[in-house]
Design a protein around this ligand. Structure first.
Ligand SMILES: *[C@@H]1O[C@H](CO)[C@@H](O)[C@H](O)[C@H]1NC(C)=O
Ligand SMILES: *[C@@H]1O[C@H](CO)[C@@H](O)[C@H](O)[C@H]1NC(C)=O
Length: 74
């Protein structure tokens, strides 16, 4: 809810930090639920190992928030 509110109001919000905190919490609890953030984990792997071959259809591009994006969210 906080993330969506900040996106709609165009306020800065560190989404990576929130996801990372939940991910660390899940790893510490030993629940194995860190797998619930596969795209985030993939981004970390991509950052560390830049030349892993991958299917172009699986690559998510980064986009800036625009009025069109906000319209889609609301
Ligand atoms: C977001 O949080 C992470 C983890 O605390 C930090 O490394 C990063 O610099 C922060 N990004 C911004 C834009 O503040
Ligand atoms: C997002 O906007 C910033 C500032 O205008 C720009 O530097 C950056 O390249 C943009 N990123 C993308 C993915 O379009």
């Amino acid at each position: 809810m906080n993330i969506i509110t900040c996106l709609v109001l165009n306020r800065p919000y560190n989404v990576s930090k929130v996801i990372c905190e939940y991910l660390k919490e899940n790893v510490r609890s030993g629940s194995g639920k860190y797998i619930m953030y596969p795209r985030f984990i993939m981004m970390m792997i991509d950052d560390q190992f830049k030349d892993i071959p991958k299917d172009a259809k699986d690559v998510l591009g980064l986009r800036n928030m625009t009025s069109e994006t906000i319209t889609r969210l609301t």
